[in-house]
Write a protein that binds this ligand. Structure first.
Ligand code: SF4
Length: 382
């Protein structure tokens, strides 16, 4: 745009000639013109001002728009940052979830070694009624586990059972079962045994250990049966315990398994488990028997004895109980005394539960395991 030079007005030179004919008219016209002209200028100025205002407003609007744009520009950046933060927190959450899952898995994998510490106080506060209830549950569980429980001595009559039980002191039922076939082949009745040469009898029962003392007992009880009971084994506890080498435990085994008279057999396994189960605190066999007899009805005594002894021999061993593979672990205050790792505990199981032969050479028909092997011939025998 070219620059406009301001117009310099010279006095009278620019006025039109017609307007100069009457001085009065001239004056009033001039005044009128002046009066008329005066309002024109503010209108234009107003217009200009209005234009300027509009322009300004537009400029302001533009500026505002720019500002808004500028202000709006960082938004994506903020959004990105927010997204990043969200992603980070999501990742953190994922990691936390993973570690929680790992912890859960670890907790699942870890065998319940700490459980006994939690369980023990609960059992300590147990009332007698609760203990009795739990004892019956244990018996029920053991009945499910060992429906084939039976005495683990081979016998065909009360005399054989009596002799085998006397021989089982301080040795295994397996060793007795491997010994008695030969013994009963030589002396099948009390009369035959009472007439045996002591040295010959000692030789026959030697594999069971303590053979001299046991020979004495066998000769004495055979003679007593022959002389006092007509060659028959009596069916009463008070008679049985009068026989040499026969105590309550032996008498109860004979009564329960040969005569069907209920009896609790407290051997080393039964005593140990009864204490672990919290049924008794006694060490003395007779006291243990009395404590357990007060918990269970007579009808259960004989089979309860077999089940508990079965469990003691197969799972709840003296030194290394297989707690991690024990079906009654939730009911046992002594859980944790032995191996709690399920895989390691499984390897401790014995007899049919461990895939091994049983103790009897002639087990009952419902026994799920293999029969025991006969005695191995002496080294060098043909
Ligand atoms: S193996 Fe363990 S859990 Fe099972 S009865 Fe024995 S001590 Fe109790």
């Amino acid at each position: 745009m070219p620059d406009r030079k301001p117009t310099v007005r010279k006095s009278g030179a620019s006025r039109p000639a017609a307007q100069d004919t009457s001085p009065v008219g001239k004056t009033s016209a001039g005044k009128k013109a002046a009066v008329n002209a005066t309002p024109e200028k503010p209108a234009a100025a107003k217009k200009a001002a209005a234009k300027k205002a509009v322009t300004k407003k537009a400029a302001v609007k533009k500026a505002v728009a720019k500002k808004t744009a500028v202000a709006a520009e960082p938004a994506p950046a903020k959004k990105t940052a927010a997204k990043k933060t969200a992603a980070k927190s999501a990742a953190a959450k994922k990691t936390a979830a993973k570690s929680a899952a790992a912890k859960k898995t670890a907790a699942k994998k870890t065998p319940a070694k700490k459980t006994p510490a939690k369980k023990a106080p609960a059992f300590k506060r147990e009332s007698r009624a609760a203990m009795v209830r739990r004892a019956h549950q244990i018996n029920h569980e053991l009945a499910e586990l060992y429906p084939y429980a039976h005495p683990e001595l081979d016998f065909t009559n009360p005399f054989e059972l009596l002799v085998a039980t006397v021989l089982s002191a301080q040795t295994t039922d397996l060793r007795v079962n491997q010994t008695t076939p030969r013994l009963f082949a030589v002396c099948p009745t009390p009369e035959d045994m009472a007439a045996m040469d002591p040295e010959r009898l000692e030789e026959l029962i030697r594999p069971t250990g303590f053979f001299r003392a046991k020979t004495k007992s066998l000769l004495g009880l055979s003679a007593a049966l022959r002389d006092r009971f007509g060659g028959e084994v009596p069916g009463r506890l008070e008679d049985l315990v009068t026989l040499p080498g026969v105590g309550r435990k032996t008498a109860n085994v004979v009564l329960g398994n040969a005569f069907g008279v209920p009896g609790i057999t407290v051997d080393t396994h039964f005593g140990r488990l009864a204490r672990r189960f919290g049924w008794t605190t006694a060490e003395d066999a007779e006291k243990v028997e009395a404590d357990v007899a007060a918990i269970f009805p007579e009808s259960e005594w004989t089979m309860l004895s077999h089940r508990v002894v079965f469990h003691g021999r197969r799972v709840c061993h003296s030194r290394k109980p297989a707690c991690g593979a024990c079906a009654i672990a939730p009911l046992c205050p002594a859980y944790g005394e032995g191996e709690t790792d399920p895989e390691k505990a499984k390897k401790l199981l014995k007899y049919e539960l461990g895939g091994q032969p049983g103790q009897r050479l002639k087990p009952p028909a419902d026994y799920p395991g293999q029969p025991a092997p006969p005695m191995a011939p002496p080294v060098g025998a043909s």
